[in-house]
Write a protein that binds this ligand. Structure first.
Ligand code: HEM
Length: 191
């Protein structure tokens, strides 16, 4: 992997160490991940060791595939960065989509994601309270268990808004293509 690509690579390592305590772990569909109590997010992975981990997932940030210029402008105007002091809650939601999704062409996928499901329009309503980062896994090789690792951070008072957002997306046509999904809700405990 090139140095530029390595800089966009993140590991999500679950075990019994790391600053994020797992408050709730759920398997929505597909195989569950092994039990763990804490998660660490590692950005600089050049010396990465996962020997002691219960599981670890990795993903790489990338260019956007679906947003239009006006959606991009709306997102940039509203979105917040990760790492805000008040955002002591996080959600880690790894997702795998099925072969039918990946057999579609780009404009068909956009049609389902936005025109049918309103993913971006719904998501925009929850900015800036929810900060997010999307990681792609497919381009890292065929052995990756998920296609996307999604990561969200918010203050405790926005937990129920986040639940509402996730429920709206899961009820949309896009989610009919999801074949594996786990949902970890995390509390930052500074360890
Ligand atoms: C916080 C509000 C949210 C906003 C503003 C938002 C926005 C977006 C945008 C703009 C994209 C498309 C990026 C592109 O053009 O390639 C996207 C993709 C994605 N989002 Fe969200 N999203 C939000 C919440 C969520 C949540 C809660 C989940 C999971 C439950 C989620 C899962 C995904 C996934 C898996 C993709 C990749 C879809 C694909 O490429 O097939 N998003 N999101």
């Amino acid at each position: 992997m090139t140095a530029a690509a390595l800089a966009r690579l993140y590991h999500f390592v679950a075990g019994n160490t790391g600053p994020w305590q797992i408050e709730q772990a759920q398997t929505l569909c597909g195989d569950p991940l092994p039990a763990a109590t804490r998660i660490a997010v590692q950005a600089d992975t050049s010396g990465f060791q996962s020997a002691a981990a219960s599981w670890s997932l990795r993903g790489i940030t990338s260019n956007e595939r679906y947003v239009t210029r006006s959606e991009k402008s709306a997102l940039v105007a509203r979105q917040e960065s990760l790492g805000r002091a008040q955002a002591t809650r996080a959600a880690l939601i790894p997702i795998r989509k099925n072969a039918a999704w990946w057999a579609l062409v780009q404009d068909e996928r956009r049609q389902i994601l936005e025109e049918q499901s309103r993913h971006i329009a719904i998501g925009l309503k929850y900015l800036p309270a929810i900060a997010r980062r999307l990681h792609h896994c497919r381009d890292l090789g065929d052995a990756e268990p998920f296609d996307f690792i999604t990561w969200f951070e918010y203050a405790p008072e926005h937990g129920s808004a986040f639940d509402e957002l996730v429920a709206a997306l899961r009820a949309s046509p896009e989610w009919q293509y999801v074949e594996r999904e786990a949902d970890f809700r995390l509390v930052h405990s500074g360890v």
